[in-house]
Write a protein that binds this ligand. Sequence first.
Ligand code: PMV
Length: 386
Amino acid sequence: AALRALATDGIQAGHMTLHARSVVKAAGAPAELFNEVLERVLQSGEIKVWKAQQVLDEVRRSAPADRKTAPRRLPEAGVGVGYGKIILLGEHAVVHGRHAIGCPVPLTIRAVVEDGDRGVELLIPRWGVEYQLAKPPEQRRSFEQAAGAILDKLGLADRTLRIEVFPDVPRSMGLGGSAALAVAIVRAPDLHFRLGLTDVEVNELAYLSEQTAHGQPSGIDNTLATYGRPLVYRRGSPPLVELLNIPTPLSIVVGMTQSEGLTARTVANVSEARRRNPRLYEKIFDDIDSLVLQAVSAIQDSDVTTLGDLMNINQGLLNALQVSTPELERLIDVARDAGAAGAKLTGGGGGGAMIALCGDSTTADVQQAIERQGFRTLLVTPGAVQ
Ligand code: PMV
């Protein structure tokens, strides 16, 4: 029953935000005002098109300087940042001890802590989340669990404080949103209370939170969310974390499907399948590992064609693990037809996002081809000076 309550809780918050986003879209909010209108509609509790139109009119009428109820801007200092990520090759196999390559995306989750007035409050207005942290861990619901595990460990669960979160990494897209959230939630109190945590400690706390949220994470997501640099990762104690040198920047188009990724479920399914047939699955993980190691060489040789081939073969093996979906396959096909050197899903699969490696001349074509099918894209250029 507790598990059901947790799931329902998260799903309701997710549905509410998804519904609100489509309502705000239907009201015709332009991209530059979208988040502001969304936040105000969510705060009003009236998730209706007429309300969104009313809010949009108000936002348009008020000059930015004198918007009395404008959403809070992030302060300059004291902002905890966690990075979103893509996995270039090696997801799932990395859970089972093989290497994977991860790169940050230009999207982050930021959090700030303020003194509060009633226990610990966790606010994520953009996702419609507003929680009063229940002190006994067993009474905590969905989002609270991961944040609560961090605050328990930091000895802050009994304090009065408000954590406000500003998420730019989309949720459940295989882009490491939960880990970026965890890192932001560790770093914000660290800065506010001057705890002096090292990156290693931040990473460990975020891993703890990932375990609470996911069950059996490899640790690559929290490591990327902490360091925000391209890296090769293999789990272990301690894990292997090697910064990846990318001599020629890569051009990668991320295509987001319209279905949420189901990382916890796909990871559990793969582990269950491996349990039934260990020899077969260990062989697939070894094959993926070999692709990852070849990919490291291809990146270092600036060999986009070989890297693309390796990504395509990795996708074939992810199919063998049954973590792809027809929608992901469609986007992968579209990207390959438009000239991508290679394309595969990224992250947990079961929905979420795919990535397409492009040569210089194909990036725009691939991005447009995916967008023409009605899907959102994001350009990631690992190795480029940010
Ligand atoms: O879906 P994401 O962004 O959480 O990525 C999951 C990556 C996996 O390899 C499938 C799981 C893991 O913990 O490494």
